[in-house]
Design a protein around this ligand. Sequence first.
Ligand SMILES: Cc1cc2nc3c(=O)[nH]c(=O)nc-3n(C[C@H](O)[C@H](O)[C@H](O)COP(=O)(O)OP(=O)(O)OC[C@H]3O[C@@H](n4cnc5c(N)ncnc54)[C@H](O)[C@@H]3O)c2cc1C
Length: 389
Amino acid sequence: MRRDIEIAIIGAGLGGMTVAGLLQRAGFAVTVYEQADAFSRIGAGIHLSSNVTKIMRRLGIEDRLVEIGLHPDAFVSRKWDTGEVLFELPFDPASEAHYGGPYVNVHRGDLHAVLESALDHGTIAFGHRLAALESDGAGVRLTFENGHTAEADIAIGADGVRSRVREAVARTGGPRFSGHVAHRAVFPAARLEGLPIRACTKWWGPDRHILVYYMTQAREEVYVVSSVPAPEWPEGASVLPGDRDAFIADFDGFHPELRQVVAAAPDVTLWPVFDRDPLPHWSKGPLILLGDACHPLLPYMASGAAMAIEDAAVLARCFAEIDGEVADVTAWYEANRMPRVGKVREISLANTWLRGPTDPDWLFQYDACTVPLVAPQPAGGAADTVHQT
Ligand SMILES: Cc1cc2nc3c(=O)[nH]c(=O)nc-3n(C[C@H](O)[C@H](O)[C@H](O)COP(=O)(O)OP(=O)(O)OC[C@H]3O[C@@H](n4cnc5c(N)ncnc54)[C@H](O)[C@@H]3O)c2cc1C
């Protein structure tokens, strides 16, 4: 794709910032429009598996993330009541060499800050909430709630599960509440009063689960994130204060170690878990979607952000490597991303990932920055591959 185009990215989330950084490194001019006035250190952790840390390497921030995050010795799955270890996936130098990168747990706020540091100064226009966009097929005009307008040749919608850009690509209605909510809490490890816990454990109950992990090498903060059934979620709310007693009661009957962790959380927030049916296309003319904007995933494989970041890497490669117009770029992008995201969606829906013996090679070994790109399939024809460097 020619380099003299203006690319507008809507949303400075994990996918938006990654695609911005990689496009800048490939010589494209980008501006990221973010509705928030500034980033805040929201209380949540995130797992970065090696398929993600390899992309962070291309942005020059892998070492920094390893420094500030926690490199767990293993992912441990345990049975909710007896505490029996159902599966343990080790992360050691041998597995790191095998997967091609480390597995890191990090605070989302820290990840945001490090990603922002990988962008050219002034790339993000904060306080710009997209209100409307018009596209005449050749370009895009953006209108923001603050009254500003902007024009671009291409707009990338990285604006999350309630994407405005998606509404212009496909009229599909809002996201669907999955019938589960997530409790999230971050608290000082001192509140565990010396209870020894592993670096990263998922406790599997019959109709609910909870993940407990440290987010920094110093192990001074614990993060817990659950999934429990809930009949409904109030329309329009994105997060609600949780009831600590109800949270503790939700894990009655669980193993004493887990109950002690849950009881140590001084407060908790509640998040909805949303789903959507897959879209047939992730683009329309000069509008292109990535991440939760086109495929929100149940967070049960800890791979929603990972898929947004992989989308970003493959999309940036398609811009850099595919000769042609935007329709060619998007055809290659969709051909290379849809099958893999579809597989992650299926496993996330089943909520079986790492519950028992699992071979994660296909997920963790993937390198979005070097994997040979598969050509879009012509109607009735066989797929071809091209090896890009
Ligand atoms: C409870 C829970 C736990 C999770 N844990 C994990 C995990 O461990 N690992 C993992 O990989 N994934 C996890 N996920 C999923 C992950 O959070 C998302 O998949 C990921 O953040 C999607 O990234 P994104 O860049 O597509 O969108 P987002 O991160 O949602 O970013 C969207 C950005 O767009 C901005 N925006 C929205 N609308 C507008 C607008 N109109 N104008 C301008 N800006 C706008 C937003 O402010 C935001 O900055 C979890 C999800 C949940 C609910």
